[in-house]
Ligand binder design. Structure first.
Ligand SMILES: [Zn+2]
Length: 230
């Protein structure tokens, strides 16, 4: 789970720093995944494997990006393309509609989709859903699904909870409107079908060395740690 991949502006506070992986570190992480034999898959591939036994690469990984920050297009996309990797991008659709420079635009999202990325909903306005009125949750979850479908041309099926927050009502509603699964911010590197609406992820916050990164993924630790300081 990545958020921003971009240079860190001077005097960034803890929040910004914790959401940003600077491009040289991202490059090192992708190089290392490639070296270790990881191949990117989508949540569709993952669920098809879990539900129907569809074969996966020996070391599959889903690389996801939340919120649609511009750096994902400018910095993460070219590195991943050079590695033959694709990502999953979770978009709060209203924030993309506003065409702010800090976010990707729909043209970029469509280009990513054509390049094999999956574009999936993260509500319309990035609000936490538990406790909200039923119709409001529906508006956020279904509205973002329909907007993305209109742009990318396929039916998105995977949801990302803003703030990682969900409850039984939210999950019930996601199922009702045709979502096949959802991701949280809980730490997990293994995934099962029964957890489809609570799949965990590995947060990459930008402060990690390559050793930390390897540790997250339960891989042998690299001997040297070339990660430059942020
Ligand atoms: Zn988010």
């Amino acid at each position: 789970m990545y958020h921003r991949v971009e240079p860190l502006p001077p005097k960034s506070g803890a929040l910004r720093t914790g959401l940003t992986v600077i491009p040289p570190n991202f490059q090192i992480q992708m190089d290392w995944l490639r070296e270790r034999g990881f191949e990117t898959v989508s949540l569709y591939d993952m669920q098809n494997a879990l539900a129907f036994g569809q074969p996966l690469p020996a070391k599959p990984i889903v690389i996801s990006f939340d919120d649609g920050y511009r750096g994902v297009y400018d910095f993460a996309f070219p590195v991943m393309r050079a590695h033959g990797y694709t990502g999953t991008l979770f978009l709060p659709t209203e924030l993309i509609d506003k065409q702010e420079p800090d976010y990707i635009n729909w043209q970029m999202a469509e280009e990513l989709a054509r390049a094999g990325w999956k574009i999936e909903p993260h509500t319309k306005s990035h609000v936490e859903l538990p406790g909200q009125p039923h119709n409001y949750i529906l508006y956020q979850a279904l509205g973002s699904m329909e907007t993305i479908r209109a742009h990318v041309g396929y039916q998105p099926r995977y949801f990302c909870y803003p703030g990682g927050e969900y409850d039984a009502e939210v999950i019930g509603l996601l199922k009702e409107i045709g979502y096949w699964g959802a991701v949280t911010t809980r730490f997990a590197i293994d995934h099962q079908l029964k957890d489809a609406y609570k799949w965990g992820r590995v947060r990459v916050s930008g402060q990690e060395t390559l050793r930390d990164f390897a540790l997250y993924l339960a891989e042998p630790l690299p001997t040297a740690s070339p990660t430059p300081a942020p």
